[in-house]
Design a protein around this ligand. Sequence first.
Ligand SMILES: [Zn+2]
Ligand SMILES: [Zn+2]
Length: 174
Amino acid sequence: MLLNIADIPDEGLEQELDIPVVPGENVGSGTARVRIKVFRTGKKVLVQGSLRVSLSLRCSRCLQEFSYPVAADFSDEYSPAEEFESEGEQELTAGEMDLSYYRNEELNLSDVVREQVLLSLPMKPLCRPDCGGLCPHCGRDLNRESCQCREEDADPRLDPLRKLKKSMEDSGKT
Ligand SMILES: [Zn+2]
Ligand SMILES: [Zn+2]
């Protein structure tokens, strides 16, 4: 969804929009409800707003899909990309990389919203804080059923400790 910079009146533009979001790998797409205010300050464009969208994520522990509500407020300044590119510099400096851009006198609202959604997504999504995950041995979903693997295939590095514990228990019996 493109917004022509020339169409932004001096007093700013306020809109409520439904914008489709396709966040990328491992995240289901959704439609974001967006409230946005856009102001021009010289050649820069100030974008303020809030968005709400519910996306389908895959739990990093149990691999089940779950619905994740995103609600974000944002305020960002966009500069014309051409200003920097016309300076003849091959690469943008680190400081300039942090800036947001618009091109060809158009602000891509879909990109603005996608960027904000990505910033709001967890690095390691969890279907719930105490998700039990999958058993690394038998693959059972430990949220739904339990398994006996923990006892049988316990970490061999703990064997010495287990022996010590057992000998202490044995000596305690006498
Ligand atoms: Zn999970
Ligand atoms: Zn198991």
